[in-house]
Design a protein around this ligand. Structure first.
Ligand SMILES: [Zn+2]
Length: 285
């Protein structure tokens, strides 16, 4: 059975880029008669806010982005077992912020500096294997990437906080997720995460990266694009049908005004690759 997930981060309000990715996950699960999970990604506890989480839940409900079961939030999970399994490929990194910001030797990650030094403290990094990696994205087609150009990912920060990279992979494996639909900003980084899936002896999921949605200034949607947020659009008088009329064409479904109407027309490879630029104002609807 196909198992997908909605995985909102309660540090920022729901914007049109999130809606596009969540709609893709929802349609992918519903069209396959699969299961859809909700997981609150609050691994970065310092940035997670209860009021933002409630607003996210309200926005999801308003849009009809429902789920079948909610799995434990990241802050309630124990990542020690995953770290123990990855131990042979972990090392402590004592690079300073400035060293991390400096250009790395070609494809070396931090290995030339800290790997093999046997430091007892510092951030925990995962040693990537060399060589390019291929996978198929349902929308983008065959992808080839050398994950080492990103450098060895940090799995545990210097202050002990588990990173998103470890949490998202360990959670997807624990939750039995086999269909990951998310924004294209993570497309290239998928190769890094696939090494984690493999090192945890799990088969990688099916990947689908939805179009990146940019503000009129050409930048990824963020807090500064207030009017591209679902709550702001609702306050400006937009209805869920207005939102779907705007967003569903980005997934290749034009003219539909509800998710239910879109299900029979869902094609994972449909729609533009993106990026999509929105003037992003409720008043435009
Ligand atoms: Zn280092």
């Amino acid at each position: 059975m196909l198992v997908g997930r909605l995985a909102p981060t309660p540090s920022g309000l729901l914007h049109l880029g999130n809606v596009c990715a969540f709609a893709g996950a929802w349609l992918s699960a519903r069209a396959a008669d699969g299961r859809l999970l909700l997981r609150i990604e609050d691994v970065d506890r310092e940035r997670a806010r209860p009021d933002v989480e409630q607003a996210l839940r309200d926005d999801l409900a308003w849009l009809g982005l429902t789920w079948d079961v909610e799995t434990p939030r990241q802050s309630a999970r124990d990542y020690a077992p995953a770290l123990a399994r990855l131990a042979p490929r972990l090392y402590r990194c004592q690079c300073t912020r400035a060293m991390r910001a400096a250009p790395l030797p070609d494809g070396a990650g931090c290995q030339g500096r800290c790997d093999g030094k046997g430091y007892a403290t510092g951030a925990v990094r995962f040693r990537l294997e060399a060589g390019s990696l291929s996978f198929i994205d349902c929308r983008w087609g065959p992808q080839h990437a050398d994950p080492r150009r990103f450098g060895d990912p940090i799995l545990v920060r210097r202050d002990g906080l588990v990173s998103y990279n470890l949490a998202v992979v360990a959670d997807d494996i624990d939750d039995g997720v086999n269909d990951v639909v998310r924004g294209s900003d993570l497309l290239e980084y998928t190769a890094v995460q696939m090494q984690l899936w493999s090192a945890l002896d799990a088969a990688a999921p099916r990947w689908l990266h939805t179009p990146l949605v940019l503000g009129a200034d050409g930048r990824k949607l963020s807090k500064s694009h207030g009017s591209a947020h679902v709550g702001a659009m609702r306050d400006a008088g937009a209805t869920p049908a207005d939102v779907w009329r705007l967003v569903l064409p980005w997934l290749g479904i034009a003219g539909a005004t509800s998710l239910a109407e879109a299900v029979p027309r869902w094609e994972p490879s449909g729609g533009p690759l993106g990026p999509i630029t929105v003037s992003a104002s409720g008043a435009d609807l």
